[in-house]
Design a protein around this ligand. Structure first.
Ligand code: ATP
Ligand code: MG
Length: 384
């Protein structure tokens, strides 16, 4: 760590001399341009971000949005073009990677194939000249946590993908880093194993209590595991929040489209009554959505509603909330739900997930005229 002054005043030190009142990781006005063929390519445009101690924090976004670049700046493998990076309140912007108290686990776990599990996990501690007894104790403890006790003698080729992944994790965790950076660590695993490892990783993080920064482009994975998620797009954070906030209230059209499935309609507000905007779309069709007081009648807004919030009816309903009429164009049976695509008069197709909780018959079939309804609180305006 550096000796430079902490970013924030009044650092309180714990018994181990570690500060607990600063964010584990902080970015202040960080930009990163790569110089390629004499041209500056912006990878991270302007990042202000504070990750709390012990948080499971995910960076989520499409390929090329700057996730790995952000991680590499935390680890110290990449220097920001502008701005500052703080670890535990210390400015580490100019500090070398090996002087930072963080460890990174990559998509390809890069175990030493000629070393067994025990040797792989002990390697870093041996290099640091930690005593034999101490190494044995720490390695034993960490193998227990990642459920690999009894596999100490195995070589990489004698293990499953998930087991190899856990060796890689153990190898990073045994150093007791302040933060662990995981860049798509489950990318090489098949779906079943991936899902198992998601639960395992979450448990491990709870047990060791250190800050995890997790990179993924898989929204389901981010929603399942994270305390908070930063959704990135083209080098910027579009939204930062808990999984529930991000799923239930996407702040932008990009987030609404990237996280799960969203039905989006743009239409002018016909009137506002008691905090609810009514968008008349036809004699029997309307959208009713809660809006802030700043939204006047006449303004066009975009309204989003999730497929699982919509009810499908064969006859015109007497509903107080939103009602849309349409024609079923697609019915896909998914086991736990049946998914309908309904072409509506709004010009956009709506997707409806109908949970298979009732009798073994679909609510409607292809070509049928149907009505969609949902409660006002289940839709929200985007970006207002
Ligand atoms: N060493 C480099 N030199 C030049 N450009 C780079 C370099 N590394 C990354 N980039 C560019 O920076 C942008 C961000 O890349 P980055 O690797 O951070 O994306 P990512 O979000 O991790 O994507 P993925 O999900 O595909 O791993 C991309 O446009 C990429 O082409
Ligand atoms: Mg990447």
């Amino acid at each position: 760590m550096t000796t430079s002054a902490p970013h924030h005043a009044v650092p309180a030190s714990s018994a181990a001399g570690r500060r607990t009142d600063h964010p584990a990781i902080e970015f202040v006005g960080v930009c990163k341009d790569y110089l390629t063929h004499g041209e500056a390519v912006p990878a991270v445009k302007s990042l202000d971000l504070a990750i709390a101690q012990g948080e499971f924090f995910s960076l989520l976004g499409p390929s090329g949005c700057g996730k790995t670049t952000t991680m590499r700046m935390i680890a110290g493998f990449e220097a920001p073009t502008a701005g500052k990076v703080f670890l535990d309140g210390q400015d580490v912007t100019g500090v070398a990677a090996n002087k930072r108290d963080v460890n990174m686990v990559f998509q390809s776990y890069a175990l030493f194939p000629h070393l067994n599990v025990l040797q792989n996990v002990s390697f870093g501690l041996e290099r640091k000249k930690v005593g034999k007894a101490e190494i044995a104790r720490r390695v034993g403890e960490i193998l227990e946590i990642v459920s690999l006790t009894g596999m100490e003698k195995r070589y990489q080729k004698e293990m499953s993908g998930g087991q190899q992944q856990r060796v890689a994790l153990a190898r990073a965790l045994v150093n007791h880093p302040r933060a662990l950076l995981l860049d798509e660590p489950l990318g090489a695993l098949d779906l079943k194993l991936r899902q198992q490892m998601q639960i395992e990783l979450k448990r491990i993080q709870r047990e060791v209590g250190i800050t995890f920064v997790y990179v993924t482009h898989d929204q389901g994975e981010a929603l399942t595991m994270s305390d908070r998620i930063a959704v990135m797009n083209a080098g910027l954070i579009e939204q930062l929040g808990t999984p529930r906030e991000i799923y239930e209230r996407p702040a932008t059209r990009f987030v609404a489209g990237f996280i799960g499935t969203s039905n989006i309609v743009a239409a002018p507000v016909s009137r506002v009554e008691g905090g609810l905007a009514v968008l008349d779309l036809g004699p029997e069709e309307r959208i009713v959505v809660p809006v802030p007081a700043s939204v006047p009648a006449g303004r066009e807004i975009e309204v989003s509603v999730r497929p699982e919030k919509i009810d499908l009816h064969r006859t015109a309903p007497q509903a107080a909330g939103s009602v849309l009429a349409g024609t079923v164009t697609e019915v896909v049976y998914h086991g736990t739900s049946t998914n309908y695509t309904v072409s509506t008069s709004t010009g956009s197709d709506f997707v409806v997930f109908d949970q298979n909780a009732h009798d073994a018959e679909d609510v409607a079939s292809r070509g049928e005229r149907v009505f969609l309804t949902w409660a006002p609180q289940h839709s929200y305006p985007i970006g207002v």
